[in-house]
Design a protein around this ligand. Sequence first.
Ligand SMILES: [Zn+2]
Ligand SMILES: [Zn+2]
Length: 199
Amino acid sequence: MEPLIVSLDERLANPGDTWTLAGHLDEPSYELGDHEFRLPSGIDYDLVLTNAGEGILATGLVRAHVVGTCDRCLEDAAFDVDAEVDGYYLFEEPEQMGEDEDEADFELVAPDNTIDLSGALACALVMETPFVVLCREDCAGLCPVCGANLNEGDCGHASKLAAERERERLAASPFSALAGLDLGEAGEQPSGSPEPKRG
Ligand SMILES: [Zn+2]
Ligand SMILES: [Zn+2]
C-alpha cells in the first residue's frame, strides 16, 4: 500500500489534543496470502488522531468496496469492508519493554515528526477480509469432472458422480473386495475408483 504520511503539527502538540482526518486513497488492490483483492473505488478513511501523552493514537474507520475471487467457482466475488482502525505511534522508543508487551503493537513517530497511516489502514482492511470469499452464500461451485460453473446450470456429472460413489460404497463390502483382488500385480489398487478427469 502507498504510504499515507501525515505531518503532526501544533494541533496535536499537547496531550489530549485531537485532530479528525478523513480522506480517500486511490489504492488499486491489496494482497492477502496468495489472494489478490481489487479496490475499484479505492478506500475511504475517517480517523481521529489523539495525542495520548507518549504517542499518537489513530482510531476510526476505513471503508472499501472489495472484489475478490470466489473460492468455489472462481468468478468475481464482491463485498464491502467496514473496518476499525487502531494505530499507535510512540514519540520515543520505550526504554524498556515489559516481558509481555507485544513489540508489534506500535510504530514510532518519524524524526521529521510525521507518521505513516498506511500500515494501520491496511491492517484494518486485512483483518476484516473474510477467510473464505464466496460470490454468494450458496454458490454451487465448479463441477469436479468437467469444470462447468454449476451456478449456470447442471452439467449432469453431479448425479452421475453420486451414483458412482454409491456403487463404490457397495463395492467396498468385504466380499466384493475379495472378488476384485488381482493377486498377479501386487501394489495395484483394486479397480472401480477411477480418478475424476476433466473434459
Ligand atoms: Zn461462486
Ligand atoms: Zn460436469
